[in-house]
Design a protein around this ligand. Structure first.
Ligand SMILES: Cc1cc2nc3c(=O)[nH]c(=O)nc-3n(C[C@H](O)[C@H](O)[C@H](O)COP(=O)(O)O)c2cc1C
Ligand SMILES: [Mn+2]
Length: 487
């Protein structure tokens, strides 16, 4: 398949969830799982699927105890059709493309769409008509919104925000939505509450994959993620108007809950806990405001996307090209020369462990790179460690990074430890006392696992071939030496 065809296929899959299902089926990347139990069995199967770097999309059908026409689909955003290769070349291409290159295309309102195939109103509303999946053993209850769109509109402008915030099923007509303070969805709802009004809100739990991707990434305040998504696929997202709130809902969404969220002084419910991406339950959602559901809209045979967090030691928890590109951009913007690669070490998820490779140009160069990566926004939040290595290290291979530590790092003289850095409530090392005092910070270590600049030329020579020499020999012998054919 040519690059252009690949791009066309990718955009089709991004634009339409049902087309995505067809495409991954053709590619042999979808697995149908019949009859699993939503109480902890689907979650276990999902975790098992994460053993592969590119986990298969799991389509759960005939879910035990649920109406047989309701489906749950996992691993949409981690599928190979979207992610492509995960190596330094792919990261360089990703940076060259620019992130939201295509610009903004506002959504287009249409009069109806597949979402309105079924409309459930008033007394008939029961959120438990859809699979109540308890994903992890210690979760506080079933969650239906894991890669969802929480839609609300700024009362003072046309801005419609779309954010991914976890959504728990509480009772037949009530959901809770956990939105961290400062996120757009939270700022908007507070404006209604300040006037004593309930906030109109809708939650879509199955939709075009592009919408899930943009909803989980911050667009500028005032910019609708619908427009960002339109820009990415090169055409407007079609929306229909919700009956009770007037909010724009994706016309081809699979399942949407619509209603109002009264101010927390009127009603809250205990929320969570819910597994967090670092692999723990570190923060307590506490009492959260409720979404009183007045309408449920769904397509026939709806597909709910399930993408709960999971421990970052699974290979299927992929490093994020976006996160690594942002850190590389920050190093460049700060004027750090000679950066040859940026990666996140497996096990640290998208944040904790930054790895930077540089071609050392002067004394103090490695320190400059380490300090900038540790302090820049893209490397700072929920950081733990920054490792700087020489440019001959393959930083995408954890064994190579560990080899650099084992052989080029003198802990006493090549380490900095810095206290009081920016972290979040989900950082497990923040002690109960510190939390209680409001001090949400943690320390950082910078490891300079490089040949010390002032005697690097006397540093013992590496006893292996250069990668390019090995490649040349491998090419020459590929036809003759069987063990080389697998490459
Ligand atoms: C799978 C997933 C789940 C998330 N869950 C939450 C959540 O429960 N609460 C939250 O505040 N942010 C959550 N986030 C992060 C937000 O989606 C992200 O900060 C996004 O930029 C928010 O949109 P906003 O910038 O419009 O507020 C989650 C992200 C992902 C990928
Ligand atoms: Mn936003």
């Amino acid at each position: 398949m040519s690059g252009l065809e690949q791009d066309a296929e990718r955009i089709e899959a991004l634009s339409d969830l049902r087309r995505f299902v067809e495409i991954v089926t053709q590619r042999g990347e979808l697995e149908i799982i019949e009859g699993a139990d939503p109480h902890l069995e689907m979650g276990a199967l999902y975790e098992l699927s994460l053993r592969d770097r590119y986990p298969p999309a799991l389509m759960f059908t005939n879910i035990a105890g649920c109406k047989s026409d309701r489906r749950v689909l996992t691993n949409v955003r981690f599928s190979k059709v979207f992610v492509g290769s995960l190596d330094l070349d792919a990261l360089k291409q990703h940076r060259a493309k620019g992130k939201w290159e295509a610009g903004l295309i506002p959504p287009r309102e249409v009069s109806t769409g597949p979402l309105f195939e079924n409309i459930i109103r008033g007394e008939a509303v029961n959120v438990f008509d859809f699979p109540p999946v308890k994903w992890h053993p210690l979760d506080g209850g079933p969650y239906i919104g894991t890669e969802c769109l929480v839609i609300n509109k700024d009362p003072d402008s046309d801005w419609v925000n779309v954010g991914t915030y976890r959504t728990q099923m509480q009772n037949a007509k009530t959901l809770t939505v956990f939105i961290e303070p400062g996120k757009h969805g939270s700022m908007i709802r507070e404006k209604y509450w300040a006037k004593g009004l309930p906030c109109p809100m809708a939650v879509s739990v199955g939709q075009a994959p592009v919408l899930g991707i943009v909803a989980a990434t911050s667009s500028r305040s005032g910019v609708s993620e619908y427009a960002t998504a339109g820009g990415l696929i090169g055409r407007p997202i079609d929306t229909v108007r919700g009956e009770v709130t007037g909010l724009p809902l994706p016309a081809d969404a699979e399942l949407v809950f619509e209603g109002f969220m009264p101010p927390p002084y009127e009603e809250t419910m205990p929320e969570g806990p819910f597994a967090e991406w670092p692999g723990y339950y570190s923060s307590d959602g506490g009492p959260q405001p409720v979404l009183r559901v007045e309408r449920i809209y769904h397509r026939n045979n709806p597909i709910i996307i399930g993408q709960p967090p999971a421990k970052p030691t699974y290979r299927g928890r992929q490093p994020s090209l976006d996160a690594m590109a942002a850190l590389w951009d920050a190093l460049e913007a700060a004027g750090v020369p000679g950066v040859t690669g940026v990666w996140k070490l497996d096990g640290g998820g998208v944040r904790f462990i930054n790895v930077i490779s540089i071609k050392q140009l002067y004394g103090g160069h490695a320190k400059m790179a380490g300090l900038v990566a540790t302090g820049a926004r893209a490397g700072a939040y929920l950081g733990r460690m920054t490792i700087v290595v020489d440019d001959d290290i393959d930083i995408t291979n954890p064994a190579e990074v560990m080899w650099a530590l084992a052989t080029r790092w003198d802990p006493k003289t090549q380490t900095d430890i810095i206290d009081g850095c920016w972290t979040g409530h989900i950082d497990p090392v923040v002690s109960p006392d510190k939390r209680a005092s409001g001090d949400i910070t943690s320390s950082r270590m910078i490891i300079y696992a490089v040949r010390p600049f002032h005697w690097k030329d006397e540093f013992p020579k590496v006893n292996a071939f250069e990668a390019s020499d090995l490649d040349a020999v491998a090419k020459k012998w590929a036809g003759r030496a069987k063990f080389l054919r697998a490459e």
